[in-house]
Design a protein around this ligand. Sequence first.
Ligand code: GLY
Ligand code: MN
Ligand code: MN
Length: 431
Amino acid sequence: MRYPPLSSKLYAKNRNRFVKEMKNGGLAVFNSNDIYPISSDSTLPFAQHRDIFYLSGIDQEESILLLFPDAPEPEHREILFLKKTDDLIAIWEGQKLTKENATALSGIQTVYWLESFEKQFNALANKAQLFYFNTNEHPRAKIETQTREDRFIKWAKAKFPNHPTAKSNLILQRLRSVKDLEEIGQIQKAVNISEKGFRRVLPFIKPGIWEYEIEAEFAHEFLKNRSKGFAYTPIIASGKNSNVLHYIENNTQCQAGDLILMDVGAEFGNYASDLTRTVPVSGKFNPRQRSVYEAVLRVENAAISLLKPGVLIKEYQQEVGKVMTDELTKLGLLDQKTLVNQDPDKPAYKKYFMHGTSHHLGLDTHDYGPMDAPLQAHMVLTVEPGIYIPEEGFGIRIEDNVVIQPQGPPLVLTRNIPKDPDEIETLMLGV
Ligand code: GLY
Ligand code: MN
Ligand code: MN
């Protein structure tokens, strides 16, 4: 493990919060992700499933967590199953977690080797009233592959057809949306690494630099700081590429006079940061670019000030839409005639700002969080308005990460990352 882990107390607390929501006699199961094959014997790097990580801190493949709060034997109320390090694994991959390591990380006292899973699970299933299965119910998820979790669920349903089932995922979506202070600390560390990356690239950006060279600078800074790398595929989009919301080719040479939009965030200890800054390739905004930039910044500041407990995301989005509409009108992009005729379900501002203003942030970049429930203190959100004008050859987005406070304005985790246009010009031109 490259990063210092959070405390086992946090994971114990997370499990306690989860089991409090379970019905009597429930047995919940959480699996690691697969190591995804490419072809031949190549694989993608392992990325732990965020739910088993949230409940245990275990960051290793082929791990399984069982939670059975009503188990007759107290030692079976929480069980971890881990892959055992045999001689071959020891030679090729090195030592995996020992049982003692796993207990220290997770606070779980009962750790068995994976080879005994089926036997143990069969015995426990016979004492359980129902199973809690964890299917991915994130509203944006598009899944075409069968995960390790899916295979387990299929196997368990075939083997125990009379057990009713319940859903873990909705519980986890709710729990994970409100962050513990330790988690906020970890997101802050990820943000701080993103800041280092951004400060590194600012003086590096010049006409003639290629987008992938900027990506390499970020990667260098992230890895040097114990991050595993990008929290999501980085978007480094100069000139007209900045109008493509998910541009990830990063293969264009930056031109003098263009802007470059960089949506690049580091991960740290499996927590994401999600940062966007848009800067001039030559170090100086032209007057039109600066007007649009300042408009986005005003919308962003207005949006941040709206975020407090009790706010509904839908109403917040409408408020931000009104501020954006005013700014687009002042920029000459919307006129009164268009506004009078606009369809309230498809407001005119969406022509230039077609995505949402905020999403939850945490173990996933687009983290769990109910989009229809009022905001609560210690939710972590992005704020990321943008104005995209293909006919003028540029788009601008500014994205920060904030924590909802019990009272007053949110805490801006990204507050030290320059976004004032004068400051950006000074940092880029070194004057
Ligand atoms: N980087 C992805 C997003 O901003 O939502
Ligand atoms: Mn982003
Ligand atoms: Mn985002």
